[in-house]
Design a protein around this ligand. Structure first.
Ligand code: HEC
Length: 200
């Protein structure tokens, strides 16, 4: 739906350009190309972020069921980074995917630079009771970055990121992640984002 709408907006903008400039045929063609490129980047971002969520979420569910939060925690701590890299390698060498946050459990996931600014902007929007968009698309020097905001949207997230984590689980978390910042969340909080980097 959203994709359809953005393409429509693109076509309408191109048509207006065409009407106001007799020599605008080339510009229209260029405009269409840019719109097509944007739509393609959104499609790639959507597919990549879905694949990552499905991979990480599916594995977590399986381990929660089999051995509870402790089992899932040790699985995540040992495999989340590898699984993320594996998903990345399936996407070809022009696309990469990762998770970033302002309050990391794994310090490798700390948002920096423009990614930090965008997460801070999303936090600000949330503070002003804005319902966050499903995704954002940023133009970069050599392509795009697709951001999918990740909310604490399931009760199960609170087991490992919430306020009342059982002491034995908390101890496990501290053992693997001595500098953990990823607790104290409640339902609906912004936890971070998936970032899909797409090179032209
Ligand atoms: C069983 C415990 C557990 C549950 C349940 C859990 N997480 Fe995590 N989460 C972790 C661990 C461990 C990491 C660090 C993984 C790593 O080392 O990369 C992590 C990392 C993350 C990260 C990456 C940023 C960071 O802090 O390193 C995000 C985003 C995240 N979790 C979101 C969620 C969401 C959303 C849910 C609910 C759908 C959820 N988690 C449920 C244990 C859990």
């Amino acid at each position: 739906m959203r994709l359809g709408r953005s393409i429509l907006v693109c076509i309408a903008a191109s048509a207006m350009l065409f009407a106001s400039h007799p020599e605008a045929k080339a510009s229209v063609a260029k405009g269409k190309q840019v719109c097509g490129e944007t739509a393609q980047a959104v499609k790639t971002g959507k597919e990549a972020s879905r694949l990552l969520l499905k991979t990480l979420g599916g594995n977590m569910k399986k381990h929660m069921k089999a051995g509870g939060a402790k089992d899932a925690l040790s699985f995540c701590s040992m495999n989340a980074a590898n699984l993320t890299a594996e998903v990345g390698s399936k996407l070809g060498d022009k696309v990469s995917v990762k998770r970033v946050t302002l309050k990391p459990r794994n310090p490798a996931n700390l948002a920096e630079g423009d990614e930090k600014e965008i997460l801070e902007a999303l936090e600000n929007l949330k503070r002003n009771s804005v319902v966050l968009p499903k995704y954002l698309l940023q133009k970069t020097k050599n392509g795009y970055k697709y951001y999918k905001p990740l909310l604490i949207n399931k009760k199960v997230c609170l087991k490992c990121h919430g306020r009342n984590i059982p002491p034995s689980l908390q101890a496990e978390i501290k053992k693997v992640y001595p500098a953990d910042k990823a607790t104290g969340y409640k339902m609906g909080d912004l936890r971070g984002a998936i970032v899909v980097t797409i090179e032209k």
